[in-house]
Each structure stands twice: as C-alpha cells, then as structure tokens.
Design a protein around this ligand. Sequence first.
Ligand code: PLP
Length: 417
Amino acid sequence: MEFSLFGEKFTRHAGITQLMDDLNEGLTNPDAIMLGGGNPAPIPAMLERFQTEAKQLLDNGELVKAMANYDGPQGKDRFTKALATLLNKELGWAISANNIALTNGSQNAFFYLFNLLAGEFADGRKKKVLFPLAPEYIGYADSALTENHFVAYKPTIEKLSDGQFKYHVDFESLQVGDDIGVICVSRPTNPTGNVLTDEEIEHLDQIARDKGIPLLIDNAYGVPFPGIIFSQAKPFWNSNTILCMSLSKLGLPGTRCGIVIADEKIINAIANLSGIINLAPGSLGPAITIPMIESGDIITLSEQVVKPFYQQKAEFAVTLLRDAIPDPRFHIHKPEGALFLWLWFEDLPIHSQALYERLKAKNLLIVPGHYFFPGIDDPKWRHSQECIRLNYSQSEDLVRRGIAILAEEINQLYSGN
Ligand code: PLP
C-alpha cells in the first residue's frame, strides 16, 4: 500500500505525536512521573461543578438530546448566543453569535485557519504563517498541508532578577512581507508561560492591519476563561483579530470544544470547513457549559478557582527548582500563565533531546525544548537546544519527585561528571 503526499506528511513522526505517546505512557506506566503533557489538572471544585452540570443534563433529558442530534456546522446555537452576550457584557466586545464558531478542540481550528490563510493561492502566490516569537506551541508545527508553511523569529531575552528571564518580540528584526498570510501568537504561550504585553499585542495588531492580514491570538489559557494568567494582561479582540479559545484548560479537554471568535467571513469559512470535514462540532462541551456561560459563572470560577490553583502550583514548583538547582546557568522563564515552566539550562553540555532521553530512562517525562521552534531553522542556535518544558500542575508528590530526578541529572551535567 502506498500513501499519498498528504498521507506521508501526516503520518511522519511529529513532535506532537511523541508528546501524545508519552502522555499515553504516563497514563499506563505506573512508575512514570508525567511532567510532560498538556493535560489540565483535575481541580476538585471544577470536577464537582462539571459533575453537577452533567447530572442536571442527564436528569432533564438534555444530555441524551445533545448526543442524539447533530448541531449546525457553526456549533450549538444557544452556546454561541450566550457566549456573545457574555463577552459583550464583560468585555464590551461588539460581537454577535455570527462572530463565533465552534470546532472539535482549538487544535482543529488551527488546522483550518493555517490552511485557510496560508499555503498556495489561486494565482500561484504562496503565503506563510508568521510566529513573531518562537518558542511557540508544538501543536502548530505539523498542522499545515504544504511544506515550509511557517516562519518564526527569535525573541529578545531579558534577564530578570531571581534567575528568571522573559522573552519579548524582537520588533527590530521582525519583517512582515507580502508572503505572510496571518500572524499567530499564543498568549499565554505554551511552552514558556510568557504573556505578551499589551503593547506587544497592540503593536502586532497594527502591523497586521497595515498589511491587511489577520492577527490570530491563541487564547487557550487566557482570559476571560480559563484565566490561567498571573500577570496583568488586557483581553484583546477587534474585527481584525481571530481569537481562539477552548474549554480544554478549564478542565474539559475530553469534550474537544474549541471556540473561534472572528469576523463573519472567517466564521462562515470555519462553518463550511466543519461541515465538510466533521459535519458538525461535538455538542457535549457546549451542552455542559451553557449554564455556566449564561450565569457568568465560567468567569467567576476561572478567577476564583482555576487561576489560584495553578498559580499556587507554579510558585511551589519554582521554589523547589530554585533550591534543587543552584547553578547560576539555570534560568526559569517568568511564569506568567499556562500550565508550564520553561527551564533554560544555559551552556548545557548535551542537547535537550539527550536530556529528555536520560530523564525518560529514569521514568521522568518532560518535553525537550527544541520542538517548540517551528519555522526557525538554525541548528547553531544553542538556546533552542538548552530548554525543556515541565508541566507543574501534577500532584505535589509527583512534582517533588520529578524535580529531584531532574536536579540530580542537571547538577551532574553542570559539574562535568
Ligand atoms: N493552543 C495551545 C497553546 C495549547 O497548549 C493547546 C493544547 O495543549 C491547544 C491550543 C489545543 O487545545 P484544544 O485542542 O484541546 O482546544
């Protein structure tokens, strides 16, 4: 049997596949310490709320109704209307349900959007997706139909006190030519926990408008929900923005519900794509969360339960890491949001892939950092081989044991043994 070019491209061993394989191993190998994946934590108060909502739906017959029917290709009507009302009220965004489409997870939306706005055009031109700041989310890297679909820029690195650092967009180097179809950022960023400043977002918005292309903001961890942001950041949307959100990091990744908020032309395109590829997005996530959206509880829970839960865990992990690895060449990206700490081992004598393998042999699973530079092809750039991503949201015991294994390895490497 032969696979087509499409088949070859999408069956290659991708970074995201390794991540998902590891996640699976983490779930099935009882000894594995899984600090690799992007699964949100089981937050008791959130699980309890989902349980209550699910039971209510079961009792009033809505659960079976949701399962027994296809929604329209744009997603469940009542959900999109309720969300538009909530965002109007809370953030003053002038949007209606016509500005919202649901997809099967936001991952699904990125595949649509990257191929809608970049790739090959009817007149023979080619356009790319621009990441103005890499490291960026690993899941973007393989979600394009054409090769060389992405271009990215290295960040500037600001060293802060306490062994922390922060990435910034290098606007002096950034070039947005006519071969760019969309500018894309995740905010907060997976893997680094970086939150682009309001000024950076406004600047990118201006560049995008000047070029007549959209600015795509991946808000999977952002405000107003799930609200996993520890620094000050204004929620951002205007008619040139494509904002992608998700129910996953609120604690419902299994419902596969992504949310695209954009100009109607984009929303109609997403609905058409959904119709062809999926018939309709899944209806369970919207069904369960409609009451939380209509009441506004989704925002209160994000602020009062989800955010403090992760913030406390991030602080705990940072303290452990600082104590365990005293070497001044070890830096932590300022944890401003998302579920991860981005660790930079400056002058690490081995590649982060080799570090990953050594740690995996000791049953600790992390993600080596070099995967997170889609669109940057510079094997000589040491920084891209000196970082790892660590999910800090597991139990204290696992995080403690995981960090002990990591510290032993790093301290040995730094001491030259
Ligand atoms: N965007 C970012 C930055 C992510 O980290 C993830 C998942 O980890 C996604 C998008 C995709 O999430 P989902 O497809 O579950 O909405």
